[in-house]
Design a binder for this molecule. Sequence first.
Ligand SMILES: [Zn+2]
Length: 342
Amino acid sequence: MSDPKPFRYDSVPPGEKRHLRYEISETYLGDPVEVPVTVINGEHEGPTAFMTAALHGDELNGVKVLQEVAARYDPATLHGTVVCIHVANVPGYLAQQRYIPIYDLDLNRSFPGRNSANTAERMANQIYERFIGPCDVGIDFHTSTRNRTTMYHVRADVAKPEVYRLARSFGSNLVLSGEADPGSLRTVATRDGIPTITVEMGRAHRFQLPLVERALEGVESVLAEYGLLPGRPVVWPGWTRVVENASDKAWLRADAGGLVEMQYGEVPLVYEGDTICTVSDHFKKREHSVVAPFTGLIIGVLQNPVAAPGHPLCHLVSVDKKTLTEIEREIAAGEFSERPWS
Ligand SMILES: [Zn+2]
């Protein structure tokens, strides 16, 4: 395939919405592999925002978000352009698996890609040069990998003020800060001056509609923040926790093989010293407890309840005193809605 040329968003006339298919590769049969893209070019001038889903082919919540985003915004009221790349990793999506099924390549480690490299890098290059490069800001939707689930949160390098602005305006309670992997879309776009956040929401292979609704509110808030929807409110969540230090998060791992039983209650808040889960052998002769090393929120748990030593069981982030007080208040008032495993 030839070198991709940046998409000219003004080739969709102002005031129009177009659904396109853009070839990024070919199958073994030589047939085109095409990504579905919606471009909504507002009647009024403004920035260009991209949104991507299914860079990992089995992470579906974002696909549902973008189906709704593409349908709901009217170019007559939009100031700027919204670009939805509905399914980035088409071969992975067709196989309903995370990686591109050819040598299990990870599309989200392949940006910005090159046209003379492997399949994933070529696809990444077609998507990046064509659609991402000309944008001003971006949101990339993911879920947990299969057999795990994750609390709704944003990943962003908030040390960069423009990224902080984006992460804040998306309005998730929890932000995990830091650089992503070098070849991820978030890292590369942000480095190229296009502030980009990753949204992690729930499980693979599911549409979790309450999470989809929250993400749609987040999108609307971002569009308001950047002036694409002037006059709409920017939404701020109740409690917020930005986790910046490595010591404030931990993957708790199994030290023994066996059957995993989660011990925490309804809400994902645990206190230092609480038993989060146990790992027992099949004869119930031996039991290991996994204990919370600090007070915090369980933001990810395994769903496949068997483990070998070293297996990640749950992801814990610490909460500061102020956040803890607010979360405790929300729990007591019945307002706390985080249920990452439901
Ligand atoms: Zn992912």
